[in-house]
Design a protein around this ligand. Sequence first.
Ligand SMILES: [Zn+2]
Length: 292
Amino acid sequence: MQKTPEQKRLKIIIGVLILILIFAVSVLGLIIVSDKKAHDEVSNRPEVETALFDEEANSKEVREEEKKSAVIIDNSNCATGFGNLMLINPNFKVTTSWIANRKKQLISVSKTYGIQEGNKNNGDNLMDAEAAKHLNDMLKAYEEYNPGHTMVTRSCFRKVGTKCGRLCAATGTSDHHTGLTCDLIDPKYGTELNTDYYNSHKEWQWLRENSYKYGFIDRFPAAWAGGPMSEPINVDENGSTGLYETWHFRYVGIEAATEIAIGKYNDGKYDSLEHYLKQIGKVKDLKNGKCE
Ligand SMILES: [Zn+2]
């Protein structure tokens, strides 16, 4: 059947209308999508910022929490809550998770103070911020006393311990887990840790005699090693440390360091941290790791 010109025109008009409708719907769709996108971008921005802010606030909170949890995370050792006086030894052990948690609270003494690390394989050169500041002051004083010399860290914080008898402590028992300790060497006197050599050296004696002014103590003096080097390690109820390390200096704060160095609770002789803690009543049972 032949279409009339009117029918043809109507068909064209309907076709054009359909095309216009499709075009309009597409354009409208695009406008809505792009508008939504723009809106999302705008409204997302504050959310992102809020999220970043929250993350920062959260991490601060986490850090605070970690500080607290570092104290209570390991119930097997009551003496981790003693701050600068915290005690870790074979009778006051900590878990690997406690050690990992403690690491997060420490700063790098190399990055903060430019203190060189004598042995990069033996630790991270990390330390508690307050202890690190005092370490820096002490090492500067050593250099003034001994011009041309430097004192560097052999290792500070350590995640793992070592097993080598009277000169080392196993993982979970090491004073190096506290973040308050560094092994120190003067590279001009050799890079190896040598107990007897250091002990007889007058420059080394300076450290032993003056470290308390900066809040540090000789942590493992021979007198408290718990018997001759040939005998097995003994960490006993009297406060023997079981170790002998002339290079190992531990931060305890100036007040305690002074009392330990002058032997306030040890008849005027250099004290051990263990014996000191028992004398001031913070630790009850040194042999079984009990504070109460
Ligand atoms: Zn050490």
